[in-house]
Design a protein around this ligand. Structure first.
Ligand SMILES: *C/C=C(C)/C=C/C=C(C)/C=C/C1=C(C)CCCC1(C)C
Length: 264
């Protein structure tokens, strides 16, 4: 019966089921949200925005052409994985007032590689892309995140760890601005894809630059990290809205534009 329904509905039923599960109150914080806990409120707002975005990206798969569907699936996965982590991070914050570093980095460890996959998919929709591009983006991501984690979890002194993280990020920027990924884009992409690639590139430059700024205010100003926790989390949370939800919307926008030109 269930399989019959699943195969008959266009929108995969499982995606709706996952959403129902993740938004059930199993994951709701048991502690009360304080009305002047600005950071706590931002955790709540963003968890809900991520749930809504996930539903949106999965549902919109129906209206784009086949080669764009995977991109929307990946966007939905990014916001889904982030939503679940935000439920847990929110709980840590509301109950203890401390930075949920482990959950934050597990989230990034899954979602940032998925965002790199998006780059690769966007290009693959229009050209044959060597897998080397993909692996270089992955290596940059890992160096960036491992460096950051070692610093935030105090396995390394904050400053040298920051430098390691910065090197990983610079490596990614090199690949998308001057490396093979960039050449493929300028060589064979349609105008809409080039525009999207360009916007995504600026997101990785400007949007991602917000994270090291958060790290700076959290760990490098000479204040005690427990006192800078509010600022750190507020900055990281804002950055996630831009880099997960807005990033997904940009892809959705190209996917729709490209699917419509195909119809006419
Ligand atoms: C959805 C989550 C995203 C897009 C997270 C991105 C995280 C970064 C770009 C983190 C960058 C960092 C550096 C560039 C230096 C070291 C500290 C980090 C890890 C915060």
């Amino acid at each position: 019966m269930l399989t019959k329904i699943v195969s008959r509905t266009k929108t995969p039923l499982w995606s709706i089921m996952i959403l129902g599960l993740t938004s059930s109150n199993t994951f709701a914080s048991t502690a009360m949200l304080d009305q002047d806990d600005l950071v706590g409120i931002s955790f709540w707002l963003i968890s809900m925005a991520l749930v809504a975005s996930t539903a949106f990206f999965f549902l919109e798969r129906d209206v784009v052409s086949t080669k764009w569907k995977t991109s929307l699936t990946v966007s939905g996965l990014v916001t889904l994985v982030a939503a679940v982590h935000y439920f847990y991070m929110r709980e840590v914050w509301v109950e203890t007032g401390s930075t949920p570093t482990v959950f934050r980095y597990i989230d990034w460890l899954i979602t940032v590689p998925l965002l790199m996959v998006e780059f690769y998919l966007i290009l693959s929709a229009i050209a044959k892309v060597p897998t080397g591009v993909f692996w270089r983006l992955m290596i940059g991501t890992l160096v960036m995140l491992i460096g950051g984690y070692l610093g935030e979890a105090a396995y390394l002194t904050a400053f040298p760890a920051f430098i390691i993280g910065m090197l990983g990020w610079v490596f990614i920027l090199y690949e998308i601005f001057a490396g093979e990924a960039s050449k493929i884009n300028s060589g064979s992409a349609t105008p809409a894809v080039q525009k999207a690639f360009n916007t995504m590139r600026w997101i990785v430059t400007i949007g991602w630059a917000i994270y090291p700024v958060g790290y700076y205010f959290g760990y490098l100003t000479g204040n005690d990290p427990s006192e800078s926790a509010s600022l750190l989390n507020l900055i990281y949370n804002l950055a996630d809205v831009l880099n997960k939800i807005t990033f997904g919307l940009i892809i959705w926008n190209v996917a729709k534009t490209e699917s419509e030109t195909l119809k006419h």
